[in-house]
Design a protein around this ligand. Structure first.
Ligand code: FB9
Length: 527
């Protein structure tokens, strides 16, 4: 049961009760309690009026406050008055530099302007000296109404009505405002009167409807602390998706929207067979040496796929070429080298998720065989980590996330590849694409994909793609008219561009700023 009132609340209630229903000025209570008016409002008046213990009637006051410049003139006199006093004290015309030295160029300039407007000062053109105006002398100086008005405003607490009463009328105040010497400020105070529920304001307030109150019925008369719906709830600490995973989720949605299903890519350690050989990448290909690929020391080797109609032998034949090779690849002459099973067994950290695609395609071929040769088209994707022993720089780490999509169906063409890539990048908000021929060991033709990025206002290389080679597909046992188109990109690049990250180490790794992760807005995929 919340007990007593805050001291200020109690003081306000006392004042209101003492006033016997008369309105009490909030400024008076604040003054009597020695607290700034705003504190009284925030810590007592708001809570008590929320409980309908008080009724607050806003009273706006227009108070004129002097500007810093106004305050100096209130003390030292208006510039024009200072100038006149100076000239009166001086003998003969005063040169401008002399007056500047005495009053300061700022005061002299304003003073001269005002005093000459009022005829208090004249300029002797030939000698460029200043002198008192006609009818003025040291003992007949004009009154400094400006300074007087400024002082009246300050001493009157800026109250317009009080000032007007002492001759500082609206026009004078406007003139001061025009000279940026004083400005009107509206302050809002309150006339406090008793509220409908002032009676039980002192009664402790219930903060919850407890079981006992329900049983005892004591809730009927109880005063309940009104819900403060504006109260900031407790910051609920929760998990935060890493920025990369936020973007990954968006890419998954794009693929799912396009009717793709996700491949199981949970396999960082892969055999050279699936990562390279199955993709018809020759064993002496530069990417297969330790400069580009991480080889495992233990387990150093993997077993090659058994059965599958002796799929491994057909892969070997495809690589070796010759009769056998041409037979399993529809006539390719292969690479004509001695393919080594030992090389293929070497375990590595996969360099691309295309290894997973190879496994999926080989499984599709097996399913086709077990379905009596009936091939079921497939659209699949993967987004997962790959590892490359590359030179590290601001945009390259030894690992990144590869996004890959593939479509396997009868008689697919390059047009289908370009079409599906257009659909994909359009969903990323990029609909101006350019395709540039390139080379991959496992696709022919191969196309680099470039997109015009409006935000960066430039063309960006956004991925790679191609049609898997028959030397890769036929040894798997896929029907000869089945074509497989595929494309790939990284997850890091779009994420860095989306979140404006310059250095990949700020996005991925032990040095990232966790705050940023928590602060990063959810990711809307359009780039
Ligand atoms: O992601 C890449 N670029 C990119 C992608 C999106 C993007 O979005 C922005 C909002 C606009 C911005 C940039 N790239 C691929 C292009 C380059 O960054 C490239 O320099 C780096 N590439 C990585 C490999 O680096 C060694 C990105 C990574 C990549 C490259 C190729 C593939 C996948 C990832 C592939 C493939 C493929 C080809 C054929 C068949 C199957 C898969």
């Amino acid at each position: 049961m919340a007990s007593g009132l805050a001291p200020l609340e109690s003081a306000v209630l006392d004042a209101v009760t003492a006033a016997g229903g008369e309105a009490v000025a909030s400024t008076d209570v604040a003054a009597s309690q020695g607290v700034p008016h705003s504190v009284l409002v925030d810590t007592a008046l708001k809570t008590l009026s929320a409980r309908e213990a008080l009724t607050l009637t806003p009273v706006s006051h227009e108070a004129w406050v002097l500007t810093a410049e106004g305050a100096t003139y209130a003390a030292a006199g208006s510039p024009e008055a200072q100038l006149v006093r100076h000239l009166a004290a001086a003998t003969g015309g005063q040169s401008l530099p002399n007056v500047d030295a005495a009053l300061g160029a700022g005061v002299r300039k304003i003073g001269m302007q005002q005093a000459m407007r009022l005829g208090w000062v004249v300029m002797d053109r030939p000698t460029k000296t200043l002198a008192l105006g006609a009818g003025l002398s040291a003992d007949a100086l004009p009154t400094d109404d400006v300074a007087a008005a400024l002082n009246t405003l300050r001493d009157g607490g800026g109250d317009a009505a009080a000032a007007a009463a002492t001759g500082v009328d609206e026009a004078t105040r406007k003139a001061l405002q025009k000279r940026k010497l004083a400005t009107p400020k509206t302050t809002k105070t309150f006339a406090i009167t008793p509220g409908a529920r002032i009676a039980d304001a002192r009664r402790p307030q219930a903060t919850e409807l407890s079981r006992e109150m329900l049983d005892s019925g004591s809730w009927r008369g109880a005063a309940f602390k009104p819900y403060n719906f504006a109260a900031k709830g407790k910051d609920v600490a929760g998990g935060h998706l890493h920025t990369l995973l936020k973007v990954r989720e968006q890419f998954r949605l794009i693929f799912l929207e396009m009717g793709f299903s996700e491949m199981d890519s949970a396999r960082y350690v892969e055999s050279s067979f699936w990562n390279f050989d199955a993709l018809f990448q020759p064993q002496q290909h530069p990417a297969r040496d330790e400069h580009d690929t991480f080889f495992l020391s233990s387990p150093a080797t993997a077993t090659l796929p058994e059965g599958a109609g002796d799929y491994v032998a057909r892969v070997k034949a495809a690589h070796c070429g010759g009769e056998a090779g041409a037979a399993v690849t529809g006539g390719s002459r292969g690479y004509r080298y001695a393919w080594s099973a030992a090389e293929a067994r070497k375990n590595i950290l996969r360099t691309h998720t295309t290894a997973v695609t190879a496994r999926m395609l080989q499984r599709l071929a097996a399913d086709t065989a077990s379905a009596g040769g009936v091939f079921t088209p497939a659209k699949m994707f993967s987004i997962d980590r790959v590892f490359r022993n590359e030179t590290l720089d601001a945009t390259h780490l030894a690992e990144f996330h590869q996004i890959e999509g593939m479509v396997a169906d009868h008689n697919l063409s390059l047009g289908h590849l370009k079409g599906v890539i257009h659909t994909f990048f359009k969903k990323m908000g990029m609909d101006r694409l350019r395709f540039k021929p390139t080379h991959n060991p496992y696709t022919e033709p191969s196309l680099e994909v470039h997109a015009f990025h409006a935000g960066l206002n430039k063309w960006v290389e956004v991925g790679n793609s191609g049609m898997f080679r028959p030397e890769m597909l036929l040894p798997m046992g896929l029907p000869p008219d089945v074509r497989v188109i595929a494309w790939g990109l990284s997850l890091e690049r779009p994420t860095m561009i989306k979140y404006g990250v310059q250095n990949i180490r700020d996005l991925f790794g032990h040095k990232i700023d966790l705050e940023a992760i928590q602060r990063n807005p959810i990711c809307r995929i359009t780039f």
